[in-house]
Ligand binder design. Structure first.
Ligand code: ASP
Length: 429
């Protein structure tokens, strides 16, 4: 007799439907969750038969206590929540972060063939809710695991702001002696199409088989279960709401690719090796709260910038247009220019990034950019807006203003690339 959570085949007079059996809100309705994610109810009297296809993966599976094996590396899986830690809530039909790190091992026991795994619970939340205080908790957990002498860390994380956490951690952790790989899932683990297992296994293989050190992201590289990419921590963005290959490196190459079938690892660029790190791990985990992002738009008024000045904000990332512009040129838009000037005169720092996403801001090309530069707006170069925001908040949290201005245009953690072949070529024309 199938139970809620089991994969079943439901037969009515008209059709045969496959899905996950859900507890029914009413006795005379049988509820199924389809592979598309939609819940469908069938009147009980029309259901001729329900066949079991696969037992629920979330029902307790006996976890054999695997003894630590000497030849395997030690990996800690830190659990923070997100879809990778989620299952369907049979009350609401929604997906919620609800299980523990060790449940992942029960579902994907293969990971224990790759490394001696230890799991730790850091949080169980959706990543859109993360605040700087959570980054500090995650960084402290990483520090603890490093003191415990693990060889690598996997952080299970929601995908929405996974790239922001990887950016924050890259700035916070200096002299990181081991790999810290953030892994998420676009589909929860109780769905046949879940990407959680492949992403976790590829991350574990990458840690076990390479001498890479630093923060990185491991997610599906294609929409099928063929390979995962290892993405750079400060140059990566989530580009799709639901596809499993949702992430892309921006203005940068991938770090590596892990073939899921052969387990072969191919590096795409030079990387920091464990042997390159000589200093001791340093945690710089302060962030300035009074930093904001404003995206410019047609018919913009200065109200948002003025409000930030009034609230004594210290930093503003202005997401401008094109190669580095903002609506500040014609008489109707002078008030925007004046508002920026006032923000800067009040001690604030303004960094300009581009809505184009790809390419580099250059404030020397057009008169508009030059006028912005004249009042002290700083070019965000080829940084993503999210990266510029976290860099500015992190710098302001840890350094005096003069030092922040000195460090902003410099490449600290791979967030600014010296050369962008494609953009530079366009500029030369
Ligand atoms: N909202 C979720 C999160 O980012 C989505 C996911 O995990 O994919 O936490």
């Amino acid at each position: 007799m199938p139970h809620p959570g089991d994969k079943v085949k439901l037969l009515t007079k008209q059709e045969t439907v496959e899905g996950i059996l859900m507890p029914s809100p009413k006795k005379d309705i049988v509820m199924l969750k389809l592979a598309t994610g939609y819940n469908v109810g069938f009147p009980s009297k029309e259901v001729k038969k329900i066949e079991l296809v696969e037992k629920s993966k979330l029902l307790p599976v006996s976890l054999k206590q695997v003894k630590p094996r000497k030849n395997l590396p030690a990996i800690a899986i830190l659990h923070t929540g997100g879809t990778i830690a989620s299952k369907v809530d049979y009350q609401t039909g929604g997906v919620s972060a609800s299980f523990k790190a060790e449940d992942l091992l029960k579902m994907f026991p293969e990971i224990e063939q790759i490394a001696n795994i230890h799991t730790a619970h850091v949080a169980n939340m959706m990543s859109e809710d993360l605040r700087f205080s959570h980054y500090q908790i995650i960084a402290a957990a990483i520090e603890t695991e490093i003191a415990n002498k693990v060889d690598g860390i996997i952080i299970g994380h929601g995908t929405d702001t996974l790239a922001q956490t990887s950016t924050a951690l890259a700035f916070m952790l200096e002299n990181l002696p081991i790999p810290v790989i953030l892994v998420g899932a676009q589909r929860s683990t109780d769905r046949g199409s879940s990407d959680a297992g492949v992403n976790l296994i590829c991350a574990a293989e990458f840690i076990a088989k390479t001498d890479f050190t630093g923060v990185a992201i491991c997610m599906h590289g294609s929409s099928s279960d063929t390979f995962c990419n290892i993405y750079p921590p400060t140059k990566t963005r989530k580009f799709h709401t639901s596809r499993r290959d949702a992430f892309q490196a921006v203005n940068d190459d991938l770090i590596a690719t892990v073939d899921y079938n052969t387990r072969h690892i191919h590096f795409h660029q030079a990387y920091t090796k464990k042997s390159h790190v000589s200093g001791v791990l340093q945690l710089k985990d302060n962030f300035e709260d009074k930093v904001a992002v404003v995206r410019v738009y047609p018919n913009m008024f200065p109200v948002l910038i003025d409000a930030l000045t009034k609230e004594h904000y210290k930093g503003l990332v202005l997401e401008g247009t094109g190669i580095g512009h903002a609506p500040t040129n014609i008489a109707e838009n002078f008030s925007n220019y004046e508002a920026l000037q006032k923000f800067i005169n009040n001690g604030g720092i303004v960094v300009l990034t581009s809505q184009c996403i790809f390419g580099r801001v250059n404030l020397d090309v057009y008169a508009n950019g030059r006028r912005l530069k004249e009042i002290g707006v700083i070019s965000g170069s080829d940084m993503l807006t999210e990266t510029a925001y976290l860099k500015l908040a992190w710098l302001l949290g840890n350094y005096p203003k003069e030092k922040v201005e000195e460090l902003l245009p410099l490449n600290l953690k791979g967030e600014i690339k010296e050369r962008l072949a494609f953009t530079e070529e366009i500029l030369k024309k």
